[in-house]
Design a protein around this ligand. Sequence first.
Ligand code: GTP
Ligand code: MG
Length: 194
Amino acid sequence: MNITNAEFVTSGTRPAHFPPAEFPEVAFAGRSNVGKSSLINILVNRKSLVRTSSTPGRTQLINFFLVNGSLMLVDLPGYGFAKVPLAVKKEWGPMVETYLSTRTNLGCVVLILDVRRIPTEEDQLMLQWLRAYNVPVLVVVTKCDKVSKNERARQAAVIARTMGLSSDEMAFFSALSKEGRDVVWAKIEAILAA
Ligand code: GTP
Ligand code: MG
């Protein structure tokens, strides 16, 4: 994907806030701090279009970014972080679920997992839920710079088994080295074209 332009469009918590559903859309989901916002920045070749943070729970709204005037990337708030205030946590489920279940132009959800972790029950539920709603999913295993090649292969097997994934449904990525950027784009484009 050749990026000529990427811009923040809007953010919100419910459909009335969302931009018109006029472009194909790709949403990025995963637990807090897994690297969703970092992945989007690398995909669009921008250091800080999307705010990233070492503090989990940074992204609390649904943020929309338009790429090349023709594709919307959507940064979803992360799940599974205990220290997020209760009021925010209570809103997360309905907010993300409403988005995912009603967004008519949603063409793909990129579900992001940390290469060092065993996927949580929430990760598994998210995948099952997306499949139940027939949303095409790409799983991106990120932070690959943090492990050796051997460890990556070991973890890939654990992740595939825990999540019930085949290897072509997974892509490996690092926001630090940018490894996997082109593969992630190619897989997203293939899913959107299917
Ligand atoms: P929330 O918005 O809080 O849900 O987090 P997020 O999933 O958007 O994560 P974010 O992109 O903000 O990254 C969280 C932290 O992980 C930051 O300190 C990033 O610099 C770091 N990080 C993200 N991706 C990578 C990666 O591939 N490698 C390494 N080493 N660090 C990463
Ligand atoms: Mg974020």
